[in-house]
Design a protein around this ligand. Structure first.
Ligand code: LLP
Length: 425
């Protein structure tokens, strides 16, 4: 459930009319709802209740400082994949001791910074990474807390681009090799083996693959226990799906209940600390992309609604053929309905936000692309030299600008001419 609802025919973000946000901050513009972020985060913490846990929100889903800060205030931890994300978490007031660091190619500099600020755990994905981390920790004279990201070889049944837990994916250590790598890790002097983690994919709509993965990890934990390697936590990654259209993913409470039931069968499972790395299930339906119709272009075989947002602002439809709802902001006006492809101004045929959508719109109307709070702005680019949109957060009756729209001069900030050359007049 989210807090984008119609009142008297007008779409609001919490208690703020989107029309007002568009008038004040312009379009295209991302609009987030604080109450929705909080509600989705709490769905996890409430489901886990007394079971020891840490929810490490996956920063990659939406890295805006205000979003991170809202979650940090609730006590969230964070899952990061770069030093850039780490610095964002710190700038947003996040607690470094609640940070886990995932990613297949962490650089020595990144490891160093994460060790300096004392993160909770490094989710290591390969042997060479273990060795690199051991060396960097040794140089700093510290011990690095380590979890191994194991690839359990389960089919998450999701889009192939966002499926990560299969043998053929680049992620993690194959489950069959894990025992050996744990033995290696526990012998390295500057590492402290504390956990086990996996992340099998994103936008999963069924609990079965998660349970499959958990079973495999528990078998591995049993073997580790036999060898005297006792782990302090199990990190099950992110991946819980959301409803974009008609998907029916499990509610976090059902998902967590199923996991806890399975875990209870395992000796010591009742109080084994669990970590989760949800991104999409917290942020996706906590945001919309607000856009204005520039022109309607009726055609023989297709009608186009050309809007001021484009694939550079929201790439999911173009990249994954993802379906996201597109709805009018004001339903009070008399408009004739027609079927449109909703497209942007970018010079690519792949530049669409939605295809074959029945809409009652006119030029100048506002539309909201729903479920755009995750993997929206973070994947935006400046393609076609388009400044990236503003980001706004609604909080009750107020809306706050949480990132200003990029200016034209931001587009070439950092670029230089060749020496001796001057711009032609
Ligand atoms: N942990 C790790 C190690 C991950 O790689 C990911 C996402 C997450 C957690 C968060 O997963 P979530 O709860 O959001 O499913 N750009 C794609 C999604 C890519 C997900 C990559 N990894 C999209 O727009 O659908």
């Amino acid at each position: 459930m989210d807090f984008f609802n119609y009142r008297d025919g007008e779409l609001l973000a919490e208690d703020v009319p989107l029309e007002r946000i568009a008038a004040e901050y312009g379009t295209p513009c991302y609009v987030y709802s604080r109450a929705t972020l909080e509600r989705h985060y709490r769905a996890y913490t409430e489901a886990l209740g007394e079971h020891p846990h840490l929810i490490c929100y996956a920063v990659k889903a939406n890295a805006n400082l205000a979003v991170l800060n809202v979650l940090a205030r609730l006590g969230a931890g964070f899952d990061i994949v770069s030093v850039g994300e780490l610095e964002r978490v710190l700038a947003a007031g996040g607690d470094p001791h609640k940070v886990v660091f995932s990613g297949v190619a962490k650089q020595a500099e990144e490891l160093r910074r994460a060790l300096e600020v004392g993160i909770k755990c490094f989710n290591v994905e390969s042997r060479p990474e273990l060795e690199r981390l051991n060396a960097v920790a040794g140089e700093l004279g510290v011990t690095a807390p380590v979890s191994l990201r194991v690839n359990p070889d389960v089919d998450a049944g999701t889009h192939p681009y966002i499926s990560t837990g299969l043998k053929d994916n680049k992620f993690g250590i194959p489950v069959d090799e894990a025992l050996e790598v744990y033995t290696l890790a526990s012998g390295l002097p500057h590492l402290n083996v504390v956990g086990l983690d996996c992340h099998i994919g994103s936008q999963l709509t069924d609990t079965a693959p998660f349970l499959d993965a958990l079973d495999r990890l528990l078998v591995l934990m049993g073997r580790l226990r036999e060898r005297g390697i006792e782990l302090e936590h199990l990190d099950l990654g992110g991946g819980l799906g959301v409803t974009y259209r008609d998907e029916t993913p499990p509610h976090p409470s059902d998902y967590v209940r199923a996991l806890l039931e399975r875990l209870a069968e395992w000796p010591g499972g009742e109080d084994l600390p669990l970590l989760f790395e949800p991104g999409r299930s917290i942020a996706a339906n906590a945001g919309v992309l607000l856009t204005r119709v520039a022109f309607l272009k009726p055609g023989e075989s297709k009608n186009f609604a050309i809007v001021d947002a484009a694939m550079n602002d929201l790439i999911r439809p173009a990249l994954y053929d993802a379906w996201q709802a597109i709805v009018p902001v004001d339903t009070r006006q008399e408009r004739e309905a027609a079927v449109y492809d909703v497209v942007g101004p970018v010079c690519e045929t792949g530049d669409f936000l939605g295809k074959d959508r029945e809409l009652a719109v006119a030029a100048g109307d506002l539309l909201a692309v729903r479920s755009a709070g995750a993997y929206g702005f973070v994947m935006a680019s400046n393609y076609n030299s388009r400044p990236r949109p503003a980001e706004v957060m609604a909080d009750g009756e107020r809306a706050h600008l949480v990132r200003r729209r990029e200016r034209l001069e931001d587009l070439w900030a950092g670029e230089t001419l060749l020496p001796g050359d001057e711009a032609p007049r």
